[in-house]
Ligand binder design. Structure first.
Ligand SMILES: [Zn+2]
Ligand SMILES: [Zn+2]
Length: 503
């Protein structure tokens, strides 16, 4: 259920590639060449006084060796056009997938998002845009005359290649009232506390099955305090969360920056109109630019499901450019175990990356990815975008399997005390006392871990309320963190570390 992506081409390569596509198409069929040229079909318009819609057809062939190569199909849009409709057709034999998006005349080249007007990846084969509305995944607004570019991106190609056709309908007539963005409010309250959130989800604005309204209803019913909207490569949902406001539910804007070829990452805490570009290969300079763009907005860049079973989704960007890792995606499984091991290795190297857990929910139907399972609980100064992002940045967060679990984890050395995300400073000869409380589980094992592995274990109390205190032997464990697992080994709760340093 994940959208797809790329190996970007340089501008020269794009031109060569487009020419090659046209050449291949010509070899196959003279009729295709004719069809590549503009064909005009007149249809009866809804209002007799208006000019009839114009239909433009483009088509071509993508050979199997063009996997993950982006190409852009130019469409001339005349003045007076008030709606653009695009229908994509391609042969599905052999599992072909041709992702789609669109840019208006304000700019389409990788590195600019000025002309971005939507992306549906492989989840849709048709969209429309007019002044007041658009298909989900696409951005409403006036249809500017000039050259638009439909972005096509093959993420699976059969050995025989992929034949594609775009049918573009340009409608003129009254433009209608302009779309007014209604982003989510930036703050729900100013109360400090531990807030439960889901950091990763999809609606109809990408490849999810629920409307935004259905998602916020379910989030409220699940007891979530906040959610982060993370559609694949589009900000269209972020422009309208304010229309679906629910009391005591904060919506934070985000985006799942999605490349099939190199992996997925979440940009959390964006401005509603921000779009983070995804069209680059794993060169350090490119990814550094985009993760810096996220941080400059007060956001965080998180590596998603780094061991997704599909090998093309293995994460290939440098971990040093990121703030954290989604070590828990949906129900606990082997790929989460692998992500946890990787995160722990990085901690041992002294890299204090944030661990997050999130559902990556796409549907309300039974699936391993149910909203709020797992969830990340964040200590924040307020239930606000700035408060939640600051809490996450400080790594004051723990992860739980469901809404009924909560915990408290502190460490003490002499008079110094530290909680999750803090650094405990130890004096000479001091020993660390650890306190841990858990509610909402009645079976399983609590494990206290440091850089050298398990430091202590304790059973979860059958009463559903567990309180543990440990006094550690002398020594400097570098960091302390807790895992709570079921007897079968599935994760129930996982903390970010308390770091330990000597005076
Ligand atoms: Zn993903
Ligand atoms: Zn996702």
């Amino acid at each position: 259920m994940h959208a797809s992506q790329l190996r970007p081409l340089s501008n020269n390569e794009q031109l060569v590639h487009q020419k090659r596509l046209q050449r291949v198409g010509t070899q196959y069929n003279w009729a295709l060449l004719l069809a590549i040229l503009v064909s005009v079909v007149c249809l009866a318009g809804p209002a007799a006084a208006q000019a009839p819609p114009t239909t433009v057809v483009r088509q071509g062939h993508v050979p199997a060796d063009s996997l993950f190569k982006l190409f852009y199909v130019p469409i001339e849009v005349p003045a007076g056009t008030t709606e653009i409709r695009v229908q994509e057709d391609y042969n599905r034999q052999g599992g072909n997938v041709l992702n789609m998006g669109v840019y208006d005349p304000a700019g389409y080249r990788p590195g600019t998002t000025a002309g971005f007007r939507g992306w549906s990846g492989g989840a849709k084969t048709a969209f429309f845009i007019n002044a007041q509305s658009a298909s989900t995944g696409y951005v409403p607004g006036s249809v500017q005359p000039g050259t638009w570019h439909v972005l096509l991106y093959p993420s699976t190609i059969a050995p025989s290649g992929l034949d594609w056709k775009l049918t573009v309908t340009l409608v003129s007539g009254p433009a209608g009232s302009a779309f007014v963005a209604a982003p989510a409010v930036a703050a729900v309250n100013n109360q400090p506390g531990w807030y439960q959130g889901d950091l990763h989800m999809h609606t109809l604005h990408s490849d999810g099955r629920r409307t935004p309204a259905e998602l916020v209803d379910e989030a409220s019913a699940q007891g979530l305090d906040f959610l982060v909207s993370t559609e694949h490569n589009t900000n269209s949902a972020n422009l309208s969360w304010g229309r679906y406001a629910r009391p005591n539910l904060l919506v934070v804007n985000g985006e799942e920056v999605t490349t099939t070829a190199f992996g997925h990452w979440n940009a959390l805490g964006l401005a509603p109109t921000t779009l983070i570009d995804w069209r680059y290969a794993p060169q350090d300079s490119a990814i550094a630019t985009y993760t810096a763009q996220v941080r400059a907005l007060g956001g965080l860049a998180i590596i998603n499901h780094p061991f997704f079973p599909d090998t093309v989704n293995r994460f290939q960007f440098g971990v040093r450019h990121f703030d954290g890792i989604e070590v828990w995606n949906g129900s606990w499984d082997a790929r989460n175990e692998q992500a946890l091991r990787w995160w722990d290795e990085l901690l041992r190297q002294g890299r204090s990356l944030l661990a997050v857990g999130a559902s990556d929910t796409h549907t309300a139907a039974p699936s391993p990815n149910q909203l709020g399972r797992p969830r990340t609980v964040v200590q924040a100064r307020s239930l606000s975008r700035a408060g939640i992002m600051q809490g996450l940045r400080a790594r004051r967060a723990y992860l739980v399997a469901d809404r009924y679990l909560n915990l408290m984890f502190t460490a003490q050395a002499g008079r110094a005390q530290a909680s999750i995300g803090d650094t405990l400073t130890m004096g000479a000869g001091q020993r660390i006392k650890v306190a841990f409380k858990l509610r909402g589980a009645s079976v399983g094992t609590v494990r206290l871990l440091g850089a050298n592995g398990v430091l202590a274990t304790s059973p979860v109390a059958a009463s559903g309320s567990t309180t543990v205190q440990w006094q550690l032997p002398p020594g400097l464990p570098r960091y302390l963190r807790v895992e709570v697992r079921t007897p079968q080994g599935a994760m129930l709760a996982l903390t970010n570390p308390i770091w330990v340093s000597s005076q």
